[in-house]
Design a binder for this molecule. Structure first.
Ligand SMILES: *[C@@H]1O[C@H](CO)[C@@H](O)[C@H](O)[C@H]1NC(C)=O
Ligand SMILES: *[C@@H]1O[C@H](CO)[C@@H](O)[C@H](O)[C@H]1NC(C)=O
Ligand SMILES: *[C@@H]1O[C@H](CO)[C@@H](O)[C@H](O)[C@H]1NC(C)=O
Ligand SMILES: *[C@@H]1O[C@H](CO)[C@@H](O)[C@H](O)[C@H]1NC(C)=O
Ligand SMILES: *[C@@H]1O[C@H](CO)[C@@H](O)[C@H](O)[C@H]1NC(C)=O
Ligand SMILES: *[C@@H]1O[C@H](CO)[C@@H](O)[C@H](O)[C@H]1NC(C)=O
Length: 482
């Protein structure tokens, strides 16, 4: 990320079309006070700006209202890391964060005009999962409140159009007034819409690993971030939402994307804003690449660039980690991330830690590849990759809950940057599945308070050193582990 580009330059450099190129040229001339010719050109450009239809000048900016905000994002953005800690899990560490349930409730109570939710599937009630578990009450509460909001303000839901998933929650919301669009990712990319985020009043956002599933609030370990009072960031996440909405309407992926989906914020020119009063650079990445409009950093490039930037450590906590595709036929070897980890460990002596989930549905082929990574450990050669498996234990009652009791979080923290994502780490999630991530860089800040990076590192270390994680050793056996 280059952080030295001021908003007004970004503005000029974001311009691509004829009249805008003149504006860009002029911007520079004027700054240099170079010549009368330049001033004339400026007049022409200003004339063009005033007379051209808004959409032909800088559609992305004009139509989203970003033009003004880009000059300085002075929103009092407040970011909070939020977690779901499965019932019964206890940590020695003092690192405790507000719950995702609390975050969703507070987002709904802040909402005045709109709630947009990108989602994979909806099972917020016991009925949806054919269970009678008392811990479904939080999910049921969320659904009830969303139904009320759907009657009072504009609620839009983009959801994967998988067959065979329960529809009752969506039907209830639709009958209460919500607009719902199904995105047929299987047809479009052979993937799924796997993203999980909220945009409220075009001002507050939530992004993270939790599905719209009661288990994601009380029985599955999840991590996300909520950012309040941050319309600059919300406007950019809204563009990703609008992309799902657009595809949900047309059931086809535009190529190229219309210019109003363009973003100026990416790994090279991140959004500069205060987060908890700390100067920060931030951007949102998206996958698959066919869903990335001009300017958007694809999620894989985001992950690789965060890794390349690390100088002392890379800590990764993801549910699944595979240097392969999982769902293609035939299956493919896919080592982009794996290679970068080995390269960072070898060339820069970066300390690499992977905390991967282990449960009865873990793909068995994951273990040999994890052993292979873990074998890149040799103190003489300063190679330091370690891998651990995290197991969420279950009592007899909890064991009866299907697809629960697992560490489902998806994040990475380096000595520089915090990356909070929604994708499993195997090839499919970057090639065909829709996901997105928030990247927060506060390297330049001199702030004394905790940064997002330091908070995320605390969470990682809490889990890594907890009784729930154990090292992957040469003779480790998945069946004994999980
Ligand atoms: C974070 O910001 C620093 C300082 O501006 C920059 O050098 C670095 O490349 C950024 N890191 C990433 C991963 O974008
Ligand atoms: C996708 O949908 C189109 C239009 O409904 C249909 O003709 C096509 O067969 C579908 N493709 C796949 C791969 O399902
Ligand atoms: C957002 O800003 C409003 C108005 O300044 C303030 O009342 C509210 O507490 C803020 N929300 C959060 C979560 O900081
Ligand atoms: C861009 O414009 C189209 C057509 O008006 C609209 O459907 C779409 O939602 C807009 N995209 C964004 C990001 O606002
Ligand atoms: C991540 O991968 C697991 C195992 O393949 C899969 O069950 C799960 O659905 C994926 N994550 C989500 C929420 O799709
Ligand atoms: C807490 O610390 C004790 C003593 O060090 C250890 O035995 C126990 O496993 C730890 N519990 C967790 C959940 O990490």
């Amino acid at each position: 990320m280059k952080t030295d580009i001021p908003y007004n330059q970004l503005d000029a450099e974001g311009n691509k079309q004829g009249s805008s190129q003149r504006a860009q040229l002029c911007y520079r001339c004027l700054v240099a006070l170079a010549s009368v010719a330049c001033v004339l050109l400026a007049a022409v450009a200003i004339y063009n700006f005033l007379t051209a239809p808004a959409s032909s000048y800088h559609p992305a900016l004009v139509s989203s209202g970003l033009q003004k905000k880009m000059e300085s994002c002075s929103d009092p953005c407040k970011i909070v890391l939020v977690e779901s800690i499965p019932e019964g899990l206890e940590f020695n560490s003092s690192s405790t964060n507000p719950s995702i349930f609390q975050a969703w409730i507070s987002l709904m109570s802040e909402a005045r005009s709109s709630v947009d939710i990108a989602s994979f599937y909806w099972t917020l009630t016991n009925k949806d999962t054919s269970t009678q578990d008392p811990t479904a009450s939080q999910g049921e509460e969320v659904l009830k409140r969303l139904a009320v909001l759907s009657g009072n303000l504009h609620v839009r839901i983009a959801v994967d159009s998988q067959e065979g998933k329960p529809q009752a929650d969506l039907t209830l919301l639709e009958n209460s007034g919500a607009d719902i669009r199904k995105v047929d990712m299987r047809n479009l990319t052979s993937g799924v819409l796997h993203t999980k985020f909220w945009v409220v009043d075009k001002k507050h956002v939530y992004i993270g690993s939790a599905n719209m599933d009661w288990r994601s609030l009380t029985q599955v370990k999840e991590l996300g971030a909520v950012v309040y009072n941050c319309s600059c960031l919300a406007a950019d996440l809204e563009k990703i939402f609008e992309a799902y909405w657009f595809v949900g309407g047309s059931q086809s992926i535009p190529s190229p994307w219309p210019s109003n989906f363009t973003t100026l914020y990416n790994k090279d020119t991140p959004l500069q804003l205060p987060l908890n009063s700390t100067p920060s650079s931030v951007y949102l990445s998206s996958s698959p690449p066919s869903f990335c409009a001009t300017g958007r950093t694809p999620d894989l490039q985001s992950i690789l660039s965060v890794m390349e930037d690390a100088e002392s450590f890379i800590y990764i906590a993801v549910m699944n980690y595979l240097p392969t595709t999982e769902f293609t036929h035939p299956k493919r070897y896919w080592a982009d991330i794996d290679t970068q980890l080995r390269r960072s460990a070898y060339e820069k002596k970066v300390r690499v830690r992977l905390l991967i989930s282990c449960w009865q549905h873990s793909p068995p082929v994951m273990l040999p590849f994890l052993k292979s990574l873990a074998s890149v450990h040799d103190s003489k050669n300063k190679l330091d990759i370690q891998v651990r498996l995290f197991v969420v234990p279950a009592d007899p009652r909890q064991k009866k809950i299907p697809f629960a009791r697992v560490n489902h979080n998806k994040y990475m923290v380096t000595d520089k940057v915090a990356y909070i994502g929604t994708s499993n780490w195997s090839g499919d999630y970057f090639l065909s599945t829709a996901g997105s991530a928030l990247v927060v860089n506060q390297t330049d800040s001199q702030s004394a308070g905790p940064t997002v990076q330091s908070q995320l590192k605390d969470i990682f270390e809490r889990d890594w050193h907890s009784a729930y994680s154990s090292p992957v050793t040469h003779n480790a056996n998945l069946e004994l582990f999980c």
